[in-house]
Ligand binder design. Structure first.
Ligand code: NAD
Ligand code: FE2
Length: 395
């Protein structure tokens, strides 16, 4: 029997817009070209990492207010970290926000562009509205999250139930179209210092965004499909070059990779991510596996599950697309894709990051309770027992 759908998913399906494409998009080869185009000045807040500043920005001698994210602690943005940044950077000290970093920095800057809430906690629990007031320019330095064009900012917050703090924490996405950055600048140069592992994790994340959008049964549109397909083609071409020539080959492909991850972001903003993200969410939260790698750990098993239950329809079109890129038959497309990904990043089993036998039973309960907005986008429905079987297969 079909599960009843949550009201948030229903409202997304009822949204008839073909595509949501808000930011103005620019591509520059170097950061200095962007700084010149936008006349970066003392009223600009630039949030980045110290090493990105040193490598790409310092020589330009800009007068902007620079804020280095790592000063506020390691890891993903948390309620406390956001509050500390708010306290350290007064709202009236800047007119424009420039975010140059990975998904975490881009997510933080979406909040820096909004009117300051009474508390960060109230903002994430929707007791304070999202009011976009300052221009935000997003400059991704990884090639995965697509956060530069999405309407969501993710943070680890103190959890609550029926308005009461539970004592625990949860990873929550604050969603509002008002948070989509005003401008996106794609600058391949900025990815040259990204070490191989985060590069590979983020590129696989982008491939998963494109795949889940392509297979999203209720929300994909003809336009989102266009962006998913192009993203998949570009990423698979780059991965094949890396598999053939080694990790250094990525440097000739940084432009297509950063472009593909942006395309995949546009696709999933409309079509939505699915169970790969839904089932990997607790892995990031509990075992701190990097976002892209946690998706990768489940990606193959979920594709195999789809192939076992509904091999035709959109999945056949997906297999045909992968087969064209990898020069194999559609029947071999999923194993060939899994073999290619192994050469990009060796796949770790779940137990290698601490996942236990017990988690195979408890994680599905949490996924069913908390990840419905993603699980409703399953190409073929999952339930407690199929989720347990997938975790077990990856254990
Ligand atoms: N808003 C969205 O739509 C969305 C979607 C998915 C994930 N996210 C969030 O994004 C974050 C993950 O993003 P991510 O994978 O980009 O990781 P990240 O932002 O945590 O960056 C990964 C690491 O790479 C380093 N780094 C980034 N760019 C570099 C460069 N050019 N050179 C050298 N080092 C560099 C960073 O300092 C960091 O240590 C998570 O917090 C996740 O919740 C947001
Ligand atoms: Fe993702």
């Amino acid at each position: 029997m079909e599960k009843p759908m949550d009201s948030f998913s229903k409202s997304l399906i009822a949204d008839r817009r073909e595509i949501i494409f808000r930011p103005e998009v620019y591509k520059f080869q170097k950061f200095s070209e962007m700084a010149e185009q936008f006349r970066l000045n003392e009223r600009d807040l630039v949030m980045t990492n110290a090493h990105i500043f040193e490598d790409y920005m310092k020589d330009a001698g800009l007068k902007c207010q620079f804020v280095f994210r790592e000063k506020f602690g390691p890891g993903e943005p948390s309620e406390q970290m956001i509050q500390e940044i708010f306290d350290a950077v007064p709202y009236d000290s800047y007119d424009r926000v420039i975010a140059a970093g990975g998904g975490a920095i881009l997510d933080l800057c979406k909040l820096m562009g909004c009117r300051r809430p009474d508390t960060v906690h109230n903002l994430f629990f929707k007791r304070f509205p999202v009011l976009h007031e300052k221009e935000v320019i997003a400059v991704p330095t990884t090639c995965g999250t697509g956060s530069e064009c999405t309407n969501i900012s993710v943070a680890i917050v103190r959890d609550e139930k029926d308005g009461v703090l539970t004592g625990g924490e949860t990873k929550l996405g604050l969603v509002s179209d008002d948070m989509i950055p005003d401008k996106v600048c794609l600058i391949p140069e900025l990815l040259t210092t990204l070490p191989y592992k985060p590069f590979a994790c983020s590129a696989i994340d982008a491939l998963v965004h494109a795949t889940e959008s392509f297979l999203s049964p209720h929300r994909k549109t003809m336009t989102s499909e266009l962006f998913s397909e192009k993203a998949m083609e570009l990423i698979l071409e780059g991965f094949q070059r890396i598999a053939a020539e080694g990790s250094e080959a990525r440097f000739a492909f940084l432009d297509p990779f950063v472009t593909a991850s942006f395309y995949a972001g546009i696709a999933f903003l409309k079509a939505g991510c699915g169970p790969v993200h839904g089932m990997s969410f607790p892995l990031g939260g509990t075992y701190h596996v990097p976002h892209g790698e946690s998706n990768y750990m489940l990606f193959g098993a979920i594709l195999d599950y789809y192939d076992a239950h509904k091999p035709d329809g959109e999945l056949m079109r997906f297999k045909a697309l992968v087969a064209r890129s990898l020069n194999c038959s559609p029947q071999d497309a999923i194993p060939a894709l899994e073999a290619l990904l192994q050469r990009i990043l060796p796949l770790r089993a779940l137990h290698e990051c601490g996942f236990t036998e017990e988690d195979c039973r408890t994680f599905p309960v949490s996924v069913e309770a908390n990840q419905q907005r993603l699980m409703t986008n399953a190409y073929y429905p999952l339930d407690l027992s199929s989720e347990e079987a997938i975790y077990r297969k990856c254990l």
